[in-house]
Design a binder for this molecule. Structure first.
Ligand code: SF4
Length: 352
């Protein structure tokens, strides 16, 4: 088991083309980005992933609704027995696009960044919030289940209550809280805006309090004490996993980026750990080779990060994907501190 629980996730970014150019976009998508991955390339990868035990295809962007063969891609995932999700900024959820999604998507996630003013500022469009909101009655009329994804920053925790009430009033079934990652556009446009340990701890508590029968609230944060007791959650248990044959049980998520690079864990993960590129070999071959050549190094990295968490002086909440992504980058480019033999200890600021 890993951070994604029983879900074995194949995340796909078929294109970086988007109708928006958001300040926090980790894939640096925009209307200026062109090109898209071929449908047959992605369908073959989905088939291979299903054979390797992956059971969930998550489509993200760019804006997936701009990917012309989206319906065929989702249908192929269903044919392979996988569940599907699509993450959208919501502005293009027109009646024809909703019809395209109907029956093909199991989870539709719509991005939201706070109150309308905050949402529009981060999205770089004065029309972003109102246009998205105007699409929601169409979703309800079509009886299409949807949820929201809220990007938590250091500065918008006070808007979380508003977002929760908005989600309930609009009939959303899920609110997912995702901490900002300072990569892609956010590395320059929102530098220093990722939530710290204190902000994360409060967000965690608010998320627990907000859970109710009308709305399920999830937060993409881990608690250090839970991880300490369950190293398998961060792929840091004994190497017994290596005996398991299917790749989906070894690492999840894996990510197909818009240039066909396959990465473990998250978009843009340090290239030293890249699984390969689909233009060079099919996914089944890439996974097999990586399992032999790089999986031991990846697990060693996971154990280093686990030790770092276990040594922290106080319990704390943290974004494991973000943390391991940073440590993987440092493995590529060791910092002067690392070179001098000192460890990277995460300092907990919370008393929780
Ligand atoms: S965050 Fe989403 S909506 Fe914004 S530019 Fe990136 S892909 Fe497009």
């Amino acid at each position: 088991m890993g951070p994604t629980g029983s879900a074995r996730i194949l995340q796909i970014h078929p294109t970086r083309q988007c109708n928006l150019s958001c300040l926090h976009c980790y894939s640096s998508s925009s209307p200026r980005a062109h090109g898209a991955l071929a449908l047959d390339l992605l369908c073959e990868a989905i088939s291979d992933a299903a054979d390797e035990g992956f059971n969930f295809v998550s489509l993200s962007g760019g804006e997936p609704l701009l990917y012309k063969p989206l319906a065929q891609l989702l249908q192929h995932a269903h044919t392979c027995g996988m569940r599907t999700s699509v993450t959208s900024n919501g502005m293009l959820l027109t009646a024809p696009n909703i019809e395209l999604l109907y029956g093909n998507v199991d989870v539709l996630a719509i991005s939201i960044d706070g109150i309308p003013e905050s949402h529009n500022r981060i999205r770089g469009s004065q029309l972003a919030f109102d246009t998205m909101k105007a699409r929601l009655p169409l979703l309800r009329a079509a009886n299409l289940n949807f949820g929201f994804i809220f990007t938590l920053t250091q500065y918008n925790l006070n808007e979380l209550d508003w977002v929760r009430d908005f989600a309930i009033s609009e009939g959303a079934k899920l609110l997912q809280i995702h901490p900002l990652e300072e990569v892609g556009n956010a590395a320059t446009m929102l530098q220093g805006s990722a939530p710290d340990a204190t902000e994360s701890a409060y967000a965690w508590l608010l998320a627990q309090q907000s859970n109710n029968s009308a709305l399920r609230v999830q937060i993409d944060l881990a608690f250090s004490e839970t991880v300490k007791q369950h190293p398998e959650l961060v792929f840091a248990s004994a190497a017994s996993e290596l005996k398991i044959k299917r790749f989906g049980d070894l690492v999840s998520p894996i990510v197909i980026e818009a240039d066909a690079t396959v990465s473990p864990i998250q978009y843009g993960f340090a290239r030293d750990f890249a699984i390969g590129n689909l233009t060079q070999a099919p996914l089944r071959t890439l996974l097999k080779d990586w399992q032999v050549q790089r999986l031991p190094a990846f697990y060693a990295l996971c154990r280093d990060v686990y030790d770092e968490i276990a040594c922290a002086p106080k319990p704390y909440f943290f974004d494991w994907n973000n943390l391991i992504g940073k440590r993987a980058e440092e493995t590529n480019h060791p910092s002067p501190m690392k070179k001098s033999g000192q460890s990277n200890v995460v300092h907990a600021h919370s008393d929780i």
